[in-house]
Design a protein around this ligand. Structure first.
Ligand SMILES: [Zn+2]
Length: 297
């Protein structure tokens, strides 16, 4: 699943590409991916001009110019395997979860996994593909938008996510640290990869009982989360087999991963290499979890 750095990378690319473009039509091929009325979505979006592409956690928000006094925002959640492709005469942008850009999309046609197609007045197309169909689109007004956004915890790269805040959400929690960090209502945007990476950097095991972290550890973890997410955005996210960024390029963060997907390999910390300490993989609440048993406690 694309996490905060990957969704932010897509957001930045789409914001540049779509800002100021007017939607001429929306084709909903798979209505089940639309929350609410698919017909309503089609009707309301025709003629709307994109004001900005925003993000909250892993959710993308398409905001429109308020020319007709309506205050609608389109929510797009890529979930596990959602992909957005933008194609104009000048550019081909791909973002989210996906391998190569499908040939049909390159040629401006939907392929077998295309569920929605937005056409803009200049002839450019934004297509949504999703193999597993867990993603969704929802057109919301101001009240529903507020409700959706309020359900998210603080954005980890803003001032509202402080070391004190992190300490406070770990306090008294008997569950694994990882479960707390994956809970979008406590912290927005972090997923499996970045929990493992931040925990390694902070030298704490993701399966540690949250309430058992010392204040020094939770402060270290706070710094690690901010550092990892910032670095990942700078590198346009993490790509394994299937994440491509807004230009169809693979994210550069994969080569910087220290534990995620590295089970059986030596830990890169000098002290661990000396001891031949090997990265282990276990599961926490059904999620594959990577750590070094030598430097993480
Ligand atoms: Zn280690």
């Amino acid at each position: 699943m694309p996490e905060l750095p990957e969704v932010e990378t897509v957001r930045r690319d789409l914001n540049k590409a779509l800002k100021g473009k007017t939607i001429s039509s929306v084709r909903v091929i798979t209505p089940s991916l639309v929350r609410g009325s698919a017909r309503g979505l089609t009707q309301h979006l025709a003629g709307k001009k994109v004001a900005a592409v925003r993000r909250r956690g892993k959710l993308l928000l398409l905001a429109f110019n308020k020319t007709d006094k309506t205050d609608l925002v389109l929510l797009i959640h890529l979930k596990m395997t959602g992909q957005l492709f933008y194609r104009s005469r000048q550019a081909l942008i791909a973002g989210g979860h996906g391998q190569e850009v499908p040939d049909d999309i390159v040629q401006g046609k939907p392929d077998k996994h295309t569920h929605l197609v937005f056409e803009f007045q200049d002839g450019s197309l934004l297509s949504y593909n999703d193999v597993r169909k867990f993603g969704y689109f929802e057109l919301v007004g101001a009240d529903r938008l507020r409700e959706v956004l309020e359900a998210y915890g603080p954005e980890p790269l803003t001032g509202s996510f402080t070391a004190d805040y992190l300490t406070s959400i770990l306090r008294g929690r008997r569950t694994a640290l990882k479960n707390i960090l994956l809970n979008q209502s406590l912290v927005a945007g972090i997923g499996n990869i970045y929990v493992d990476e931040a925990s390694w950097r902070a030298r704490v095991r993701p399966m540690r009982r949250a309430e058992r972290l010392s204040k020094a550890e939770s402060e270290r973890l706070h710094r690690a989360i901010v550092w990892i997410l910032t670095l990942a955005i700078k590198n346009r996210g993490t790509t394994f087999s299937n994440y491509v960024d807004g230009h169809g390029r693979r994210g550069g963060f994969a080569q910087l991963l220290k534990v995620y997907g590295r089970e059986g390999k030596l830990c890169s910390r000098a002290e661990c290499r000396q001891q031949r300490a090997v990265i282990k993989k276990t599961t926490v609440n059904g999620r594959g979890t990577h750590y070094c048993p030598h430097c993480q406690v």
